[in-house]
Design a binder for this molecule. Structure first.
Ligand code: E4P
Length: 217
């Protein structure tokens, strides 16, 4: 399972990339706003921080305008993945870009039928937003299960990129269902490594090691 970081905070991306656990980055207009930085500058910087795909989202809604924006974004790095919304126009753009060999991430997916359309449009990634579904009383993970079944039924190569991940249990469930990627806020990636028994065990080992009076180096 691949791990993407869902942030436009370059310091966080650099720190997590150093762990070797990061396979890519996703951003969206809200994350760019949160960073307080220039969109094109920050995407270029992120693209240089990781060899993995970096999703940069178009903001226009018409086919022609989305294609124009995609042209600008594509030039920011060899690993730029163009993120388009799950609308008929977004899917049209997805097909056009995919035919040119561009990696496309179709975002804001909330139903299995939408995911089916994205696969048919040649998307490299489909982004179902599990947290936002949970927020309104639906079960985000049922959507992941349905998409997995549909994609496997027809051998679609589109990767399921679980998005809107809010906590480590989402990651566990996504992994058990065979999702290809989870994109997570930095805090969730860090939380995956944490266990109170690990901390407690380390404290005991440190205490006992001190009592031996030895050193390794
Ligand atoms: C994914 O690409 C999106 O950027 C992100 O996961 C949305 O998450 P949110 O619902 O927490 O805003």
């Amino acid at each position: 399972m691949k791990f993407f970081v869902d942030t436009a905070d370059t310091a966080e991306i650099a720190a997590l990339a150093a762990t070797g656990l990061v396979d890519g980055v996703t951003t969206n207009p809200s994350l760019i706003h949160k960073s307080g930085r220039n969109f094109l500058e920050v995407i270029k910087e992120i693209a240089a921080l990781t060899p993995g795909p970096v999703s940069a989202e178009v903001v226009a809604l018409s086919v022609d305008e989305m294609l124009r924006e995609a042209d600008v974004l594509r030039k920011l790095g060899d690993n730029i993945c163009i993120k388009v919304p799950l609308t008929l126009d977004g899917l049209t753009v997805c097909r056009r870009l995919a035919d040119e060999g561009v990696t496309v991430n179709v975002t804001l997916c909330f139903s299995a039928n939408q995911a089916l359309l994205a696969a048919k449009a040649g998307a490299a990634f489909i982004s179902p937003f599990v947290g936002r579904l949970d927020d309104i009383g639906f079960d985000g993970m049922t959507l992941i299960e349905d998409i997995r079944t549909i994609y496997d039924n027809y051998d679609f190569g589109t990767e399921i990129l679980v998005a809107s991940v809010r906590h480590p249990v989402h990651v566990l469930q996504a992994a058990k269902l065979g999702a290809d990627v989870a994109t997570m806020p930095p805090s969730v990636i860090r939380a995956l490594a944490h266990h109170p028994l690990t901390d407690k065990g380390l404290a005991t080992f440190a205490e006992d090691w001190l009592k031996t009076g030895q050193s390794i180096v």
